[in-house]
Structures are given as structure tokens and as C-alpha cells.
Design a protein around this ligand. Structure first.
Ligand SMILES: N[C@@H](CCC(=O)N[C@@H](CS)C(=O)NCC(=O)O)C(=O)O
Length: 218
């Protein structure tokens, strides 16, 4: 009775794997580095026709895609891990708001910027504009989020939630943590706290060492 995660080091499967680590639930990993080409994307196709990671196969054999849905579902299935405010908790609305904002406004930019030719073909100038403008858009979105939340030790107060795991991961991607710190200084402090969680030290070291995110941000 274990989970299966389709994922890759440094990818959007990081918050899912981190949540499973905190929950203490065993999982099998199917490594699929989807941004490295069709061969890798095809590994995911049987469970996710979008050929994207993360995808989670539950112990009951159900497939869940979409990082935010997976994280919210895992928190609900494992209330003992206390990784999300419950439905009656006053923090629930903001939790759902930002759990939706991150994939809708920020994560989605990477489908465009990772392969700009998907939208503009071989036009090198247009590709360069997409790369530059998506970086600005991502930074703007982080800034907007920063101005509308009141973090405590963590983003929604003093309790760690899957939102913290999510933001700690996505903020490592381009434009990278240095820019994130400029536009979202309070959220940056939270992300550093998540990086330093003792329970996740071995996980981060194996799956997303901080030096890798520095390289990814260049
Ligand atoms: N909406 C999806 C986005 C997933 C996504 O973009 N995953 C990336 C890796 S981090 C991917 O598989 N990209 C390959 C592609 O889109 O072709 C989610 O939130 O899970």
C-alpha cells in the first residue's frame, strides 16, 4: 500500500515528495525528466496524457495530476500530519487562494518559457521576448502575493502547510531566489526556513540541492 510519484529532481514533484516525506508515507518514484524531450515525457503518458509531472498514483490505484490538487488531497488524507488548515479553519480561504494562485499564475509560465517555440515557432526575437517577459511576470506575481499575505513563521501563520513546500520549490526556479528575495522578502525568509527544516534536510540534499537551484536560475 504505497504511493507512486512520477517526478524528477528539482521539478514540481518536489513539494509532493516533501509532503510524503513529512507524512511518513512510503512512495515509489518513477523518474521522468519531462523537460528533456519526448522520450522522458512518454514515460508519464500512460498516467497523464498531458505528459507532465507530478502525477500521483494512490494506494487505491487512482491517478491524480496537478500539483496543487495532489498537495491539497494529501493533506486531507493525512490530517495527522497537519499540513493544511482544515475546512472550518479561518485560514482555509487564503490557503486555497494561494494554492491556486501559484500554479495558475506562476507555474504555468514555465510551460511557455521552457520551450518558447511552442507559441512563437523559430522566431528568435519573439522567443527572447517571451523568456524576458515571463521572468518579469513571475517576479511581479511573487510581489503581488507578498503584498497580500501576512506570514508568521510560515506563509499562513505559525504552522507549516503544503503551501510552504510549494512556494519553497517554485521560488527556486527562475528568476531564482535572489530575485525572489528582492520582490518578496518576507516570503523569502519563510522559504529559507522551509529549506532548513531538519525533517527535510536529507530530502532536499538528494532531490533539490540549493546549488542546483542557483544553476537553474542563471
Ligand atoms: N499544471 C501542472 C503543471 C506541471 C508541469 O508543468 N510540469 C513540468 C515539470 S515541473 C512538466 O512536466 N513539463 C513538461 C511539459 O509541459 O511538456 C501542475 O501543476 O502539476
Amino acid at each position: 500500500m504505497t504511493y507512486t510519484v512520477y517526478g524528477a529532481s528539482g521539478s514540481g514533484s518536489m513539494p509532493v515528495e516533501a509532503a510524503l516525506t513529512l507524512i511518513g508515507a512510503p512512495y515509489t518514484l518513477v523518474e521522468a525528466v519531462t523537460w528533456e524531450g519526448d522520450h522522458e515525457r512518454d514515460k508519464v503518458a500512460p498516467v497523464n496524457p498531458m505528459r507532465q509531472i507530478p502525477a500521483l498514483i494512490t494506494p487505491g490505484g487512482e491517478t491524480i495530476t496537478e500539483s496543487a490538487a495532489i498537495l491539497i488531497w494529501l493533506a486531507e488524507q493525512h490530517p495527522e500530519a497537519a499540513l493544511a488548515p482544515e475546512a472550518c479553519d479561518p485560514r482555509r480561504a487564503q490557503f486555497l487562494r494561494w494554492m491556486t494562485f501559484v500554479p495558475a499564475s506562476i507555474y504555468s509560465m514555465f510551460w511557455v518559457r521552457d520551450v518558447p517555440s511552442r507559441l512563437v515557432g523559430d522566431d528568435a526575437d519573439a522567443q527572447a521576448q517571451i523568456e524576458a517577459r515571463t521572468l518579469e511576470r513571475i517576479a511581479d506575481c511573487w510581489g503581488m502575493m507578498e503584498r497580500q499575505i501576512e506570514p508568521g513563521r510560515y506563509l499562513l501563520g505559525d504552522d507549516l502547510t503544503v503551501l510552504d513546500l510549494y512556494v519553497a520549490t517554485v521560488s527556486r526556479w527562475r528568476p531564482g531566489r535572489a530575485r525572489f528575495a528582492e520582490v518578496a522578502p518576507r516570503m523569502h525568509r519563510v522559504a529559507q526556513r522551509v529549506d532548513a527544516l531538519p525533517e527535510l534536510q536529507a530530502f532536499w540534499a538528494e532531490r533539490f540541492p540549493l546549488e542546483d537551484q542557483a544553476a537553474a536560475a542563471t
